[in-house]
Design a protein around this ligand. Structure first.
Ligand code: C5P
Ligand code: MG
Length: 158
């Protein structure tokens, strides 16, 4: 198997008023809408976790944390990400850098860019500079929707 592998992950959640909006392990303050989800609905952490798994062809998070299992209701997505990181490490690989894109019309996330990068980096034991965070609006095409796309580079460790 190659010593470097690329992983790609996506996640989306529907947004509704009166719900919390979690992104990258952070609760977005004063968000007018939040994710409708079985877990905490953190689409960033779900997409990063799927990217880790996909890089080693390990399937996706639904296989490890089925959303039909009542035990996973309200699950902290950091638990999901930590487990996926372990699965990668057990196979001899470590993430090197992450590039993530969040598509969300509101609220504006620019002020949270550094905190989200720091949070995701800490969960993956990476430097903050190894996590690139971009934000896009949907230009009003999907106002009740958050979409996240993530690539990750994995490398074999000693
Ligand atoms: O998608 P668009 O090109 O219109 O985004 C313009 C700017 O708005 C970008 O610089 C992006 O970082 C920022 N943005 C943001 N929060 C969002 C969506 C976009 O800060 N939820
Ligand atoms: Mg999700």
């Amino acid at each position: 198997m190659s010593s470097v592998r690329i992983g790609y992950g996506e996640d989306a959640h529907r947004l509704e008023a009166g719900r919390e909006l979690w992104l990258g392990g952070l609760k977005v303050p004063d968000a007018p809408v939040g994710a409708v989800a079985h877990s905490d609905g953190d689409a960033v952490l779900h997409a990063v976790a799927d990217a880790l798994l996909s890089g080693l062809a390990l399937g996706d998070i639904g296989q490890y944390f089925p959303d039909t299992d009542p035990a996973h209701a309200g699950l902290d997505s950091r638990v999901i990400l930590r487990r996926c990181l372990e699965l990668v490490q057990e196979r001899g690989y470590l993430p090197q850098n992450v590039a993530l894109v969040v598509t969300l019309d509101r609220p504006k996330l620019g002020p949270l860019r550094q905190q989200i990068a720091q949070s995701v980096a800490a969960l993956l034991a990476l430097d903050e500079g190894a996590v690139g965070v971009s934000f896009k609006t949907s230009e009003g095409l999907a106002p009740a929707h958050v979409q996240v796309r993530v690539t990750v580079l994995l490398a074999a460790h000693d």
